[in-house]
Design a protein around this ligand. Structure first.
Ligand code: 13P
Length: 257
């Protein structure tokens, strides 16, 4: 379809894993394995404490570095928070926003995801905005309503030009860390739906140019089937991104498709 007009992005979301020495070891192992990869943007989204290490280890390579969140204010009395400007100044390129774990455990709402997305864009970061339904919502057959609402709210007030700098990650909450992957058909169905929502909100060219990832128990075995789908442009990988050979296999599957 229009896959050639957009970038395939495979991003690892390390979550709360890896000390600095462990981060260095993992990235050093990954570097030579993916050095020849073409046509796939490789991103490691790491804990704040690992950003400097990750930037140093990946300098001059084809591995980009991302953070796992950022605050929406530029600075001020927000103990424990990190601003988008702080990340951009370091040389961080990507930032994961609205991950379901942030929504579930840290009170993140569509309103704050929207504010964080705007702050990240203003700082020159590339947001990876996560959306996805709960199992209960899928069982109640409201997946499309949930996703349409998240897209509308999370991207509220964001221009087409800025939207093109965003990646949307479709992560069905029931598939995260559960070993229960969405079938390639389910992933394609929702990713296509997301693209249709983007077309409705913006225009066809904008929707066609935006990368939509699948995330949720994606691994070396199931990656190929998922990234083969016309509207699945890559993946946001949790557990399997912590093992260099597994993450590499996913990257290679995206390269081949
Ligand atoms: P898992 O790949 O461990 O299921 O995690 C997916 C995820 O949440 C990526 O952001």
């Amino acid at each position: 379809m229009n896959k050639n007009v957009r970038k395939a992005i495979i991003a690892g979301n390390w979550k709360m894993n890896k000390t600095r020495p462990e981060a260095k070891t993992l990235l050093e192992e990954l570097k030579p394995l993916v050095a020849d990869v073409k046509g796939v943007e490789i991103v490691a989204c790491v804990p704040f404490t690992n950003l400097e290490t990750a930037l140093a280890v990946t300098a001059g390579t084809n591995i980009k570095v991302g953070a796992e969140n950022c605050h929406f204010e530029k600075s001020g009395a927000f103990t424990g928070e990190i601003s988008a400007d702080m990340l951009a100044e370091m040389g961080v390129e990507y930032v994961v926003l609205g991950h379901s774990e942030r929504r579930q455990y840290f009170g993140e709402t569509d309103e704050t995801v929207n504010k964080r997305t705007k702050a990240a864009l203003a700082a020159g970061l590339k947001p990876i905005v996560c959306v996805g339904e709960l199992l209960w919502e899928r069982e109640c057959d409201i997946t499309e309503e949930v996703i349409a609402r998240q897209i509308k709210l999370d991207l509220f007030g964001i221009s087409a030009e800025d939207a093109k700098k965003c990646t949307i990650a479709y992560e069905p909450v029931w598939a995260i860390g559960t070993g229960k992957t969405a079938t390639a058909e389910q992933a394609e169905e929702v990713c296509a739906f997301i693209r249709a929502q983007l077309e409705k909100k913006y225009d066809k060219a904008t929707a066609d140019s935006m990368t939509i990832q699948y995330g949720g128990s994606m691994n070396a075995k199931n990656a190929e089937e998922l990234v083969k789908k016309p509207n699945v442009d890559g993946g946001l990988i949790g557990g399997a991104s912590l093992k260099a050979p597994d993450f590499t296999a996913i990257i290679k599957a995206a390269e081949a498709n």
